[in-house]
Ligand binder design. Sequence first.
Ligand SMILES: NC(=O)c1ccc[n+]([C@@H]2O[C@H](COP(=O)([O-])OP(=O)(O)OC[C@H]3O[C@@H](n4cnc5c(N)ncnc54)[C@H](OP(=O)(O)O)[C@@H]3O)[C@@H](O)[C@H]2O)c1
Length: 343
Amino acid sequence: MRVCILGATGLVGRELLHLIPRAWPGAQLALHASRDQELEVDGRRFEVKAATQLDAVDATGGELAFVALDDEHSARYVPRLLALGYRVIDKSNAYRGDPAVPLVAAGVNDGLVADEVRLVANPNCTTIPLTLALAPLRRHFGIRGLAVSTYQAISGAGIAALDQFLLDAQVGYAAHNRLGAAFSPSGYAGNTVPHNGKTDDSGFSAEERKLMIESSKILAFPDLPISAQACRVPVAVGHYEQVWLTCERPVSLDAVASAWAGGAFLRVVPTADGAGLSALATVHERDLALVGRVRVVPHDPTTVCFTVAADNLRLGAATNAVRIAARWFPAVDPTLQAPGNLP
Ligand SMILES: NC(=O)c1ccc[n+]([C@@H]2O[C@H](COP(=O)([O-])OP(=O)(O)OC[C@H]3O[C@@H](n4cnc5c(N)ncnc54)[C@H](OP(=O)(O)O)[C@@H]3O)[C@@H](O)[C@H]2O)c1
């Protein structure tokens, strides 16, 4: 099987280089980025070609392509990959809203990945763990509405932002200023900042709208009553989300735990105080969403408050993409196999 990664040198592309041999040992890789270059990942060297080579009339096709580019470049290259015969999973926002393109969180609605489907959109890195946590709760208790607050890692903004953050943090903390006055008030290091790109007339940012619109599409719940607040925190990897969910029926802690036990790709962290449920804990459990810290809201027995955390580069991006593809090409590693729609 020939597997193409477009954006192989980026944060998500590099994770795919770990996952593809687990899912499909022996797969032949075709790697592309902005230009010809060599890439070293954990001591392995890879030849990467300029993506423009795919435009050549004699460009080679293949079975499966992962596209880990920004929206603009995804829109440019996805049609070309489809024309070359690839089945494509796109990680950008370019196709998520297209009604003709399934938007899939593996373990929630991967039953949509039928044989005749050629293009699937991978959701945003906060949407995937949120919908994994919500789907079993919806089956058991129904959903009347929810509010979500996210605390997102810097790596969600790509490799350049992550490297700048690491550098700024190193320099800023070396200044030994307890207030953090050495940091830029608008930068990521030592800071909490609104995820405020493309804030529209509604007052919600693009990141917040993505979480709301995508959750509705994945759960096949039109007009899902959801609102979101998204910010970035000075963490390298691992998105943390706080959810207030109002159900159709009263809920209890035990009932929530048993609903999650029937979900997919979840690790329930049973501690009442949330010990073991942190952004960094997700990089030790990269392919699962961590859920826990459930509290029934004192004034309303139908509302529960809980925490969801996941590695944004893996469960929130590359792992979900591989699990989607495993619906077409079954994965050797069972932890990377999507289950099909759960009852
Ligand atoms: N990071 C996350 O947590 C996350 C989670 C979910 C979804 N996503 C989405 O996944 C996509 C990739 O994100 P990322 O974080 O991996 O980004 P990234 O680290 O910034 O990597 C971007 C990739 O795009 C390539 N590229 C840039 N310009 C190009 C061009 N003109 N032609 C071809 N390739 C070009 C880069 O290649 P060079 O190295 O050659 O510049 C690099 O491989 C984005 O759409 C993002 O929104 C990211």
